[in-house]
Design a protein. Structure first.
Length: 734
């Protein structure tokens, strides 16, 4: 068939499908109205029927919503598959959701269904898929990418022996906003494998910048909810992101993937729910600033982020609890529980249950024991006062005192002396913050041979603790203390934890997550190359696998970048080279040459406005100006506001993403992508040769999809100096 004939064939097909969807919507709306009219006029005796009809209304409402969501683009592809043993091939249309006609015949398949895996995994030729545990083999005879917008057919690309990379090219040229919503049409084979992996294992995915880690993570949730519906639902998933801004950025994609009810959080939010005290968190980036300005030795932050530090804490808390169990529980000279029995609290593994849990169990035992022995104990009390009582004259008021006293004691005994027993354990009610402070104050005694400057550790930490301010590593420790003392909130309803930007979590934070989510399998997505807090975060996935998952997690790689042009990728590889990392692979998508401008401080406002206007003229919808830190971000933001530029400043506290023109510090840009990026000032002062600075630079560069502009004053950072040797630098003056 000619291209025109193929287009006309698909145009006729789409017309029929649109008419079908509209018919189904009309029927569903009619059914909904009928149920609504009945409920409005229902009679008292028909309440049960009313509830049934409300259920039907909900079903019809969902059907109407799903059908209307299909109207703009009912499907995005088609492949022709001939199963072994069949005489005729089958044309299989694939879309975001399945569609059937009035007779339940499948018109298009949900992309998550088993048969559709072949669309992503195979080109023309032999192919197979798994259905109900069995392999189904056959041949793919043809493959089409079908672009539909607002119910109108835009293009049809017939695939012969071309690879899936050719399908990507149109998609990669799109703007960031639309691309975020259409990736389901262009999932690559290595991505599809990760998406469709079984839920029963833990996975650690190392993915290059732009390899699609976030979108693969979300599509995996959509796939699992669809295919494991009997075992799990969306509310069983927890997505852990680096900040609220990032979570908001991805949230629009979830309903588009037919995912509703998935929980989202940051580690900080989870931690604050589990520390049993009020504190102000000193952010990652404030801590990073202290490191960059040499206010704190990064080795101290690293040490506090290691299991070795938690081990010290284990021993300290054990010592604290044991020290308070040195005496018997005594009531009116009677031993209710001896210290040997009390010390049993310290002899069992305290990680299996909190001290509070063990104390509560022991309190219950002691109280019941006292209740059971209350008659004998009451008799002992009476005997201790009997001689004095009988020696007194009958009218002596002391007699009445003894009667009232023994009666009171006997009443307490019948209640198990619960107040006395509970009071003994008041030491366990200490605030985690107060206990941590004591720990730090005594750290020179607890661990005199610590591999860091102990005095600096104490001074830096105590200064903040005195103001109820904690670093992120201290917040992690507070969760651990509260876990040991009091246990945690119940997260047992969660069965699957998805962590994005996972390279920025410390090993201790993974320890905490395993404790908080004991029933969860983990999907961990990250890029060691983007580990901008590398003084405390994970340095090796192998090490994490060994320490957290007993080397049982499956390690996977996504080493190909689909985000950037070849020109932008080449620049990012210059930075990776300066860090002694291997260059990342990139889809060979040609783009504009990188613009590098040396600018004077007084010209910056004029130059930035000029650059922004040129990018807007090219039709870019999302443009990011990336600064080194929040200080530079604020400075440039104020400068641009003076010239009445409509710009969105992104900060740690900001939760909403509105697209358009944004200005953002480098460390908040992780996980985001923009049509075009302007690096505000890539000089050797902002980006020194240190690993942290170069990783921040790498993150900033790799946010750009189509175009990258690099500005610098003075001397350009060393890793980018080869750009000047190639003669691409320009001088732009007012």
């Amino acid at each position: 068939m000619s291209k025109k004939e193929i287009f006309e064939e698909e145009k006729a097909k789409l017309k029929d499908v649109i008419e079908l969807i509209n018919r189904k919507i009309e029927i569903a709306e009619k059914n909904f109205d009928e149920q609504e009219h009945f409920i409005i006029g229902f009679k008292e005796g028909l309440r049960g029927t009313q509830f049934n009809r409300q259920g039907l209304m909900s079903l019809y409402a969902t059907e109407i919503y799903d059908l209307k969501a299909l109207l703009p683009s009912p499907y995005f592809g088609r492949f022709t598959f001939q199963k072994q043993g069949d005489n005729e091939p089958k044309k299989i249309y694939i879309g975001k959701k399945s569609l059937t006609d009035e007779f339940s015949k499948i018109i298009s398949y949900d992309w998550r269904s088993p048969v559709c895996s072949m669309y992503y995994d195979y080109n023309i030729g032999e192919a197979e898929y798994i259905s109900n545990g069995q392999k189904v083999r056959g041949k793919i005879l043809g493959k089409r990418q079908i672009a539909i917008q607002n119910g109108v057919l835009k293009s049809v690309d017939e695939q012969d022996t071309l690879s899936n990379d050719s399908i990507l090219m149109k998609y990669l040229r799109e703007n960031a906003d639309s691309r975020l919503r259409t990736i389901v049409a262009t999932i690559q084979r290595e991505q599809n494998t990760i998406i469709r992996n079984p839920i029963s294992k833990n996975y650690i995915v190392q993915g290059a910048a732009g390899s699609g880690k976030t979108t693969v993570a979300l599509h995996r949730i959509a796939y699992l909810v669809y295919n494991e519906a009997k075992q799990i639902k969306a509310s069983n998933f927890m997505i852990l992101g680096p900040n609220k801004y990032f979570l908001n950025y991805i949230s629009d994609l979830l309903p588009n993937l037919d995912i509703r009810g998935v929980n989202q959080s940051t580690f900080e939010e989870l931690a604050l729910e589990n520390i049993n005290c009020k504190v102000k968190v000193y952010s990652h980036n404030s801590s990073l600033k202290d490191v960059l300005e040499n206010k704190i030795d990064s080795n101290i932050i690293h040490f506090k982020s290691t299991p070795m530090f938690l081990k010290c804490l284990d021993n300290f808390i054990l010592e604290y609890v044991s020290r308070h169990l040195q005496n018997d529980i005594v009531y009116n000279s009677m031993v209710l529980c001896n210290k040997e029995r009390l010390q049993s609290i310290c002899k069992t593994n305290h990680k299996n249950s909190s001290y509070k849990s063990k104390i509560d169990t022991l309190i219950k035992f002691i109280v019941n024991d006292v209740k059971n022995r209350s008659d004998d104990l009451s008799h002992e009390i009476w005997l201790s006062y009997r001689e004095e009582f009988l020696s007194l004259a009958k009218d002596d008021p002391r007699r009445q005192e003894i009667i009232e006293l023994t009666n009171s004691i006997q009443a307490d005994l019948k209640k198990g002396c619960i107040k006395t027993v509970k009071k003994y354990f008041d030491f366990s009610k200490i605030s985690p913050l107060a206990l941590y402070r004591v720990f730090i104050e005594n750290f020179d005694r607890i661990y005199p041979n610590a591999p860091v400057d102990i005095k600096q550790l104490q001074q830096y930490t105590l200064e903040k603790l005195s103001k109820k301010i904690v670093d992120s590593e201290d917040l992690t420790v507070l969760v651990y203390i509260n876990y040991l003392l009091n246990g945690t909130k119940n997260y047992n309803s969660f069965t699957h934890l998805v962590i994005d930007e996972a390279q920025d979590l410390s090993e201790n934070q993974y320890v905490i997550l395993k404790l908080l989510f004991p029933k969860c399998t983990f999907d961990i997505f990250g890029d060691i190359h983007q580990s901008i807090y590398d003084y405390k975060s994970v340095k090796s996935w192998d090490k994490l696998n060994n320490s957290i998952f007993d080397s049982q997690a499956v390690l996977l790689n996504m080493d190909k970048s689909y985000r950037t042009t070849l020109q932008i990728s080449n620049v990012s590889n210059l930075v990776l080279g300066s860090l002694n990392y291997k260059p990342s692979l990139c889809i060979a998508r040609e783009g504009d040459e990188i613009d590098v401008y040396q600018i004077e401080a007084g010209d910056m406002s004029f130059i930035l406005v000029n650059q922004i206007n040129k990018l807007l003229e090219k039709g870019y919808q999302t443009i990011g100006i990336i600064c080194k830190d929040d200080l530079e971000t604020e400075k440039v933001y104020k400068m641009l506001k003076k010239v009445n530029l409509n710009i969105n400043k992104i900060t740690e506290d900001k939760e909403e993403y509105n697209g358009g023109l944004s200005i953002i510090p480098s460390y908040l840009s992780k996980g985001l992508e923009f049509d075009a990026i302007i690096l505000s000032n890539a000089n050797n002062i902002n980006y020194t040769e240190s690993a942290i600075d170069q990783k921040l630079l790498y993150v900033a560069i790799t946010r750009a999809m189509h175009e990258l502009i690099i500005n610098y004053s003075g001397t350009i950072t060393k890793s980018l100096s080869p750009l000047l040797d190639k003669g691409v630098a320009r001088s732009l003056k007012k």
